[in-house]
Design a protein around this ligand. Structure first.
Ligand code: ITT
Ligand code: NA
Length: 215
């Protein structure tokens, strides 16, 4: 049984379509999130923590909103910023910028306690287009930053969605969705199926599901 580990019901709604073969269950576990400038190490560490907790294969989902004109802020700090400032304040700050482009990123971390075959086509997380174009596969996370020598292997899958920050519109989705516009619509104006088709999470889940099916 694979556990999709999240405290966020909005993520579960979106993930269901990709994980709905009856062999996946949600695990409501708030794994300790390290503060780090990138999502990958956060997802890798979270996947190891969640695996140790669950004792079964786990998939964790770490996401963030990266505003160009703010050098990528709030990025990995998106959850903290949503809770403290709130999305309206983020939108106000962005309204003063010349460059309101932004991107959502999602990194999925899979850990089953075992090794698994290395991917022949790792996703290049340094290059957006390559990451967007990359097929199934994913990247092996390195050892923990704290140098844990026997760190459990974690497989990472990344998805990216470009857009811009706008005044809030729409009732759907969750989190920053009302202020993130992609192709003329905010994510909150899209239904789940439409958001999945273009979103960071949908793309990452698609890569994961493909890899998982024939691993
Ligand atoms: P878990 O860690 O338990 O999965 P979380 O909500 O804390 O839940 P993240 O750390 O990944 O998840 O989320 C970072 C922030 O980004 C948080 O404020 C979310 O609401 C927001 N967020 C994540 N995915 C989003 C999406 O698809 N649309 C809008 N906001 C999103
Ligand atoms: Na989180």
């Amino acid at each position: 049984m694979l556990r999709y580990v999240t405290t966020n019901p909005g993520k579960v709604r979106e993930a269901e379509r990709y994980l709905s073969d009856g062999s996946v269950e949600r695990l409501d576990f708030d794994y300790p999130e390290i503060q780090a400038p990138e999502l990958g190490p956060i997802a890798a560490r979270g996947a190891r923590e969640a695996y140790r907790h669950a004792g079964e294969p786990v998939l964790v989902d770490d996401a963030g909103l990266f505003v160009e004109g703010l050098d990528g802020f709030p990025g990995p700090y998106s959850s903290y910023v949503e809770e403290t400032l709130g999305i309206e304040r983020v939108r106000e700050v962005a309204a003063d910028l010349d460059d309101r482009r932004a991107a959502f990123r999602c990194v999925l971390g899979y850990c089953d306690g075992d090794g698994f075959a290395a991917s022949p086509d790792p996703v290049d997380r340094g290059d957006r287009d390559a990451a967007a174009a990359a097929g199934p596969g994913g990247e092996e996370a390195g050892p923990d930053e704290d140098g844990e020598a026997d760190a459990l292997p974690v497989k990472l899958f990344e998805g990216y969605a470009p857009g811009r920050i706008v005044a809030p519109r729409g009732e759907g989705g969750f989190g920053y969705d009302p202020i993130f516009e992609h192709d003329g619509e905010t994510f909150a104006e899209m239904d789940t199926e439409r958001k999945n088709a273009v979103s960071h999470r949908g793309r990452a889940l698609e890569k994961f599901a493909e890899w998982y099916a024939d691993r």
